[in-house]
Design a protein around this ligand. Structure first.
Ligand SMILES: NC(=O)c1ccc[n+]([C@@H]2O[C@H](COP(=O)([O-])OP(=O)(O)OC[C@H]3O[C@@H](n4cnc5c(N)ncnc54)[C@H](O)[C@@H]3O)[C@@H](O)[C@H]2O)c1
Ligand SMILES: O=c1ccn([C@@H]2O[C@H](COP(=O)(O)OP(=O)(O)O[C@H]3O[C@H](CO)[C@@H](O)[C@H](O)[C@H]3O)[C@@H](O)[C@H]2O)c(=O)[nH]1
Length: 331
């Protein structure tokens, strides 16, 4: 029997890669997306696409009535940290209310499993590095807070209605499908690697390095870059974990290796063969010095085996996408 999975946010960066992985594994896929930050061109034609908003009860009723969904992969959210600080209610409205209506629809239509895109931002300034799955969570921006609230909501909903969840807290998602056919296209783009590649092709005059006075060896922030296709594999394993009757839980997903902004820049210069001018600029605000995941539990319990363990390979896939789609999606 085929298993039908709903990918909410399936027209987005990580969502479009998720759909690709599910289809390659012969799952039947339903995409729900309002295209607020996603792209019509990123919608895989082999999936059934419902254009609409997860806060819209009537819309969700239609989708859940027409489709026999086994599990929901929840990736639909706003996720720009500085914007969340300026417009917190926009974030609580989209992220938290969207989760309320989705869980309501799941309860009504007897859907028992949800895999949720959570984030390292739920930890705020972590108390230790690497960050473990059960370390204290204390977000320092509304985006991270909205995601932590969503984790808590799923716990209570599991207790009340038995909807089982796996929350996957990604560290820095990066890279693209290796053939460069889909990739990262946020507007505005705030993420380091796509901005560096944009600078490599001359779309931007120079990279601004946001601060070189952090408590790290070269003074720039250290992050844990994890390949988007490795993230999608973890979701697949999480669906199987829940289908096997295991308990709800949360995992940190990263490569367990950290790279500074300057190290990423150096690696990108090597991959692209371009000089990529850079200038140190003031701190951006809200950036923790170091974020590195402890991925031991995800490896042990889910059996997750990240395939990309070299940051240059990750950047190479992002570069493949950039070269094939210099202007991103054309929609
Ligand atoms: N990119 C990262 O490094 C990163 C790290 C940690 C967590 N995450 C989380 O992963 C998820 C995906 O991130 P992304 O980088 O692919 O973002 P994205 O903006 O590319 O994708 C989000 C998708 O959700 C859709 N969407 C948003 N609100 C919606 C709504 N109310 N109804 C229907 N569709 C809606 C958007 O149109 C978009 O297609 C997000 O939940 C984000 O918080 C991302
Ligand atoms: O033009 C730029 C852009 C970024 N950076 C720095 O590069 C690092 C990485 O920044 P970015 O790519 O924006 O990622 P993060 O701010 O670390 O946040 C990402 O990773 C988090 C988890 O680690 C997730 O919660 C967020 O959703 C996701 O956007 C940070 O030190 C930034 O200060 C620069 O120096 N210049």
């Amino acid at each position: 029997m085929t298993t039908t999975i709903m990918v909410a946010g399936g027209a987005g960066y990580i969502g479009s890669h998720m759909v690709q992985t599910l289809l390659a594994e012969n799952y039947d896929v339903v995409i729900v997306d309002n295209l607020s930050t996603g792209h019509r061109q990123a919608v895989n034609p082999q999936a059934r696409f419902y254009e609409g908003d997860t806060r819209d009860r009537q819309f969700l009723e239609k989708v859940f009535s027409q489709e026999k969904i086994t599990a929901v992969i929840h990736m639909d959210a706003f996720s720009i940290v500085p914007e969340s600080v300026q417009e917190p209610l926009k974030y609580f409205d989209n992220n938290v209310i969207g989760m309320v209506t989705l869980l309501e629809a799941m309860q009504k239509h007897d859907v028992h499993y949800i895999i949720f895109s959570s984030t390292a931002a739920t930890f705020g300034n972590p108390t230790k590095i690497p960050v473990g799955d059960t370390d204290p969570q204390d977000p320092i921006n509304p985006y991270g807070e909205s995601k932590l609230i969503m984790e808590y909501m799923m716990r209570w909903v599991d207790q009340a209605y038995g909807i089982k969840f796996v929350a996957l807290r990604y560290f820095n998602a990066a890279g693209a499908l290796a053939d460069g056919s889909i990739g990262e296209d946020h507007r505005p783009e705030t993420h380091l690697i796509p901005i560096i590649l944009r600078t490599a092709v001359g779309e931007q005059a120079e990279l601004k390095i946001y601060g070189d006075d952090y408590q790290t060896p070269d003074g720039t922030n250290i992050r844990d870059y994890v390949h988007v296709m490795d993230l999608t594999q973890a979701h697949l394993l999480a669906v199987q974990y829940l289908q096997a009757g295991q308990a709800s839980t949360c995992f940190n997903l990263g490569s367990s290796t950290g790279f500074s902004v300057k190290e990423i820049l150096q690696a990108a210069r090597k991959i692209t063969g371009q000089p990529i001018p850079a200038q140190v600029a003031p701190r951006r605000g809200g950036d923790p010095d170091i974020l590195i995941a402890d991925n031991t539990r995800a490896k042990k319990i889910l059996g997750w085996k990240p395939r990309y363990d070299n940051v240059e390979d990750i950047i190479q896939t992002a570069w493949n996408w950039k070269q094939k789609h210099p202007q991103g999606y054309q929609d």
